[in-house]
Design a protein around this ligand. Structure first.
Ligand code: TYD
Ligand code: MG
Length: 468
């Protein structure tokens, strides 16, 4: 294996290697992202492995330690993946699928200011309060800044050991000695490996440090949470490959001007994806929101207008009611506008075409806006009917009953198609005090508690039933 360092070019967006420099990465299509990089990762990985052995990090190799170089029969591998540390921050545990798996590497991504440092300091505080040691490494903020945050969060946050360090080898040495249940690295863009040339934050450094930390996590059983900043494009700054290295990717979403935040698992080797944890940012840190439907539907009845419809989505394993708003207004100039927030633009275009052809609802001369309230997202077809109902309601300026819920995929023929997990959606609607659910005919149950279920064949039937 060649260990000689060589010059190569790498895209800072997707991490693809190129033989020569060019203005545009032909892998991801981004411009001005290719930079020269001295690749010493092969050599450094070797050195890091050797160093780990000397400092005792690679000791204790047996069938249950990964990367031992010796095969082991699957039957002899201890089933440690089911063991989880509940942090006590229930929404965080929920997003992870029940808690932190020892030895796992978790990436927490999000825009600056969204609350990544806050949530992880709270997780550390909760673990300390439960008698589990933690280590918070800050390369981003000074100890004083972290202390100010800890002061806001509360007493046990002040018990969290803080290390201001950016050298990954030192971080691992300290962690190897301290053996915390959770090591937090804030952020992966600030740490560097001395084995590698290049400034912290460049693709090679980020990738190499993450790979070394992954190895350390697996060998030591210390779970590690990496904080990663998200670029304008929405990816975690530096390489997309970081997402491939880690076990779990959590994205912190939400408008930083709004108080609530959604923590969403987009990758999870130990659980299902698309589980969400919902928080509210308060003056004392993040507070879990145990009842997301209430949050997304809040303020709803205060100013009820036309163009509003509620649907029931399934976020991971949890049903959530969200409000979809539609607004159709006469276009001021030439081409009409189509703006979708929280809804896929292509999906909206399709629904507009279906409304025009199958429900005699022409919108081509109208500006059309669709918005999902509270920063929630409608990412499954089950929300189609609510989008269509909100738009029809706006076009005709007829208010829909706020206690009606609309669930169903809309086909190109205007027909309503069945959705998954209908019972659970209906149960949530009933729990939230909805009175009537409009659902696809096929597979519709009779009713759930006080909730009346109205099976429907096509969108036209729904509009006729509600007078939209
Ligand atoms: P922070 O965790 O620093 O974000 P990130 O690490 O993702 O960049 O949190 C940023 C915002 O949260 C900041 O604008 C201040 C606010 N905040 C509160 O409103 N209450 C709090 O208790 C704390 C700690 C922060
Ligand atoms: Mg931060």
């Amino acid at each position: 294996m060649p260990t000689r360092a060589r010059t190569q070019y790498r895209c800072s967006e997707c991490g693809a290697d190129h033989a020569k420099w060019s203005g545009r990465c032909d892998v991801c299509g981004e411009w001005n992202t290719i930079a020269e990089e001295r690749d010493g990762s092969r050599t450094s990985r070797k050195r890091a492995g050797g160093g780990a052995g000397k400092s005792g990090r690679a000791s204790g190799a047996d069938a249950n330690t990964p990367f031992t170089g010796a095969p082991a029969r699957l039957a002899t591998v201890a089933d440690t993946a089911t063991e989880r540390i509940a942090t006590g921050l229930s929404e965080f545990d929920f997003a992870l699928g029940g808690g932190i798996v020892p030895g796992s590497l978790i990436l927490v991504g999000g825009e600056p200011g969204i609350g990544k440092s806050t949530v992880l300091l709270q997780v550390a505080a909760a673990l300390e309060a439960a008698g589990r040691p933690t280590l918070y490494v800050s390369g981003e903020e000074s100890p004083v800044q972290v202390k100010l945050r800890a002061d806001r969060i509360g007493s046990s946050a002040l018990d969290v050991p803080l290390l201001a360090e950016t050298d990954v080898a030192t971080i691992m040495d300290v962690a190897a000695a301290a053996r915390p249940a959770l090591l937090i690295v804030d952020s992966i863009q600030t740490v560097y490996s001395a084995d590698l040339e290049g400034a912290p934050g460049n693709v090679g450094q980020v990738r190499e440090c993450a790979a070394q930390l992954m190895r350390f996590a697996k060998e030591s059983g210390v779970a590690i949470a990496l904080i990663g900043h998200v670029t304008k494009g929405g990816g975690i700054a530096g390489p997309k490959t970081l997402e491939h290295i880690v076990d779990t990717v959590l994205y912190f979403e939400g408008d930083s001007t709004l108080e609530h935040r959604v923590l969403r698992a987009t990758k999870n080797r130990f659980g299902s994806v698309d589980e969400i944890g919902v928080f509210r940012m308060t003056a004392e840190g993040l507070e879990g929101v145990g009842n997301p439907s209430a949050l997304f539907l809040s303020d709803r009845n205060a100013a009820h207008a036309s163009g509003s419809a509620v649907t029931a989505l399934v976020e991971g394993s949890r049903p959530v009611l969200v409000e979809v708003q539609g607004l159709a207004a006469k276009s001021g100039y030439g081409t009409s506008q189509r703006v979708a927030t929280g809804v896929d633009g292509k999906r909206m275009a399709m629904l507009l075409a279906v409304l025009e052809r199958r429900a005699a609802l022409p919108t081509s001369a109208l500006d059309v806006f669709v918005n999902v309230v509270g920063g929630a997202r409608v990412h499954e077809p089950a929300g189609d009917l609510a989008i269509a109902a909100a738009l029809a309601s706006s076009v005709h300026d007829r208010i829909l009953d706020p206690r009606h819920v609309f669930i169903g995929e809309v086909g190109l023929g205007g027909e309503l198609r069945p959705v998954t997990q209908l019972e659970r959606r209906l149960a949530e609607a009933a729990r939230m005090g909805m009175t009537t659910a409009f659902v696809p005919e096929r597979g519709a149950p009779r009713g759930v508690g006080a909730l009346a279920v109205r099976p429907m064949k096509a969108i036209g039937d729904v509009f006729a039933a509600v007078g939209a």
